[in-house]
Design a protein around this ligand. Structure first.
Ligand code: F6R
Length: 241
C-alpha cells in the first residue's frame, strides 16, 4: 500500500489522496512517515480527503477523525496547512457541509488513490449495510455492530461512541482513481469473502468495489481465510506476467 502511495506521489506530486482512519491503515502511515524521514518522500504539494467523521465530537476530542489523522499521519509528514480535509461533523447545517465536501473533492480534481479499511459488517467508510450503492456524502447512523467494534477507542464504553457520522458515499468512493483496501485478522474474513466473491449488494456495501476498474485488496492469511478461490488468487499473483 505504501508503494502505491509513494509511486503516485513521486510521479504526481500534487496528487489527491483519500485517507481512512481506524486501525487498518496505521502501519501504512508509519511506513510513509519512515519514507518521508529517510528517503525524502514529500507530501508538500499533495492534498488529502478523509472518508468520514463522527457527528458531534468536541473539536479537541482525541477520537475526532480530523485529530486522529493529524496524530497518526498528517502531522508527521509535510502536508501544507489546510491540505487535509474532512467532512465537518460539527457543522450547524450538516447536509450543507456534506454537499460542500463533495464539491471540494470535485474541485480538487477527484481522489487519485483511496485507502480503505472494511468493517466486520462489510462497510467501507461508514456506509453501513443498506447504503445506497449510488450514495454521496451524507449523514449515516452507525450500526450497533460498528459502535461495538469501535468502543475500543472510547474506553471500551459503547455509550461514548457517537450514533451518527458524516461519510463519503459509495459513489463518492467509486469516483476515486485507485482503491486500495486493507484488511487483517479473522474478524474481517467474512466481509473480505463477500467483498471479493459475494453478489454485489447493499447488504455488503464493499461489494460495489467489484465494479471498480482498479481496486487492490490487501489481506493477511486470517482475513483471507474464507476466500473460496484463495488458491487461484495465489497462483495468479505468483505467475503474474
Ligand atoms: C474509517 C473508516 C472505516 C474503517 C473500518 C475498519 O475511516 O472509514 O470504514 O476503515 O471501520 O476499521 P478498522 O481498520 O479499525 O478495523
Amino acid at each position: 500500500a505504501a508503494d502505491a502511495v509513494e509511486s503516485l506521489v513521486r510521479s504526481k506530486p500534487d496528487a489527491v489522496l483519500g485517507l481512512a482512519t481506524g486501525s487498518s491503515p496505521l502501519r501504512v502511515y508509519d511506513e510513509l512517515v519512515r519514507r518521508h524521514r529517510e528517503s525524502g518522500l514529500s507530501f508538500a504539494r499533495a492534498r488529502a480527503f478523509m472518508l468520514d467523521e463522527y457527528v458531534g465530537l468536541a473539536a479537541g476530542h482525541p477520537q475526532r477523525y480530523r485529530n486522529v489523522i493529524e496524530e497518526e499521519f498528517a502531522g508527521r509528514v509535510d502536508f501544507a496547512a489546510g491540505a487535509v480535509q474532512g467532512p465537518d461533523g460539527n457543522a450547524v447545517d450538516l447536509p450543507g457541509a456534506c454537499a460542500a465536501y463533495e464539491a471540494a473533492i470535485v474541485g480538487a480534481g477527484g481522489v487519485d488513490l483511496q485507502l480503505l479499511g472494511i468493517g466486520t459488517d462489510g462497510h467501507i467508510a461508514f456506509n453501513e449495510p443498506g447504503s445506497s450503492l449510488a450514495s454521496r456524502t451524507r449523514i449515516k447512523t452507525l450500526t450497533a455492530q460498528t459502535r461495538e467494534d469501535n468502543a475500543r477507542f472510547f474506553d471500551d464504553d459503547i455509550e461514548q461512541v457517537p450514533q451518527h457520522c458524516l461519510t463519503q458515499g459509495l459513489a463518492t468512493i467509486m469516483s476515486a482513481g485507485h482503491l486500495v483496501l486493507l484488511a487483517t485478522g479473522k474478524g474481517k474474513a467474512e466481509a473480505v469473502h463477500q467483498l471479493v466473491e459475494g453478489p454485489v449488494s447493499a447488504l455488503w456495501p464493499a461489494t460495489i468495489m467489484q465494479m471498480h476498474p482498479h481496486a487492490t485488496v490487501l489481506v493477511d492469511d486470517a482475513a483471507a481465510s474464507r476466500l473460496q478461490l484463495a488458491g487461484y488468487y495465489r497462483q495468479t499473483y505468483l505467475s503474474k506476467p
